[in-house]
Design a binder for this molecule. Structure first.
Ligand code: ADE
Length: 225
């Protein structure tokens, strides 16, 4: 999979996407993540990427020309399955969308900044608009990091234990069950007996019950009951 991310502050994206599991995924060749600085596609000494909005009002808007140049260059090089714009007025990200996107070959992610982008960019290029939640960030970069992390960890071979993404919260519409590690007892807090029993059928059953209980308590909206 190849992911191209366009931003006016690409450094904001780099640290989260160049460490740990995201780094390993790239080192293994399972994903290529490319960062594009919008300023490199802007004109003049000032490399202007934004301007005031027509009709008046506070806040700067990202201009169409640098974005057009950057996206058009990428489109000349290869086909893209999706051109995503990160915005609080997009569809709210969920696990199903992450699963769908993890099957794509090439995607572009455009990060908004300030007041957002000129509407004509959205009309001309964008195939999907994604929000990471009902709150407003100062730009799309943190949202893009969330999206890329959630998608890349689903690619086969990225996680050590191939099955572990299958047990994630949301993967089967249930939250994940509680987990424990050594020691068996800490300040009189004990690990549930069943997890020490070695009876894996019973352990699976217990985990499923716990997932269900947790979901019912915390996110009853996820249960179709
Ligand atoms: N840009 C600003 N707020 C955002 C959000 N909630 N999700 C995605 N991109 C954003």
């Amino acid at each position: 999979m190849r992911i191209d991310i366009i931003s006016v502050v690409p450094d904001l994206l780099k640290s989260p996407l160049q460490q740990s599991i995201m780094k390993r995924a790239q080192d293994k060749g399972l994903v290529q993540i490319h960062f594009h600085d919008l300023r490199e596609y802007a004109k003049g000494n000032y490399r202007q990427v934004d301007d005031t909005q027509y009709g008046g009002g506070a806040g700067m808007v990202l201009m169409i020309e640098p974005i057009d140049k950057c996206i058009s260059k990428l489109l000349l090089e290869r086909n893209y399955d999706e051109i995503i714009y990160m915005t609080p007025d997009g569809e709210t990200l969920n696990q199903k969308t992450c699963n769908t996107l993890s099957l794509k070959e090439n995607i572009i992610i455009l990060c908004g900044h300030y007041k957002g982008v000129d509407q004509r960019v959205r009309d001309m290029f964008i195939t999907r608009e994604i929000s990471i939640g009902d709150y407003v960030l100062s730009g799309g970069e943190l949202g893009a990091c969330v999206l890329v992390d959630a998608v890349v960890r689903l690619l086969p071979g990225v996680l050590n234990d191939e099955t572990s993404a299958l047990y994630d919260s949301f993967q089967d519409d249930l939250l994940a069950p509680p987990v424990y590690t050594r020691p068996e007892e800490y300040k009189s807090l004990k690990v549930p007996e069943i997890l020490l029993s070695g009876n894996f059928a019973k352990i699976d059953e217990w985990r499923h019950e716990m997932s269900y209980k947790r979901t019912k308590e915390r996110r009853p909206d996820l249960l179709n009951e």
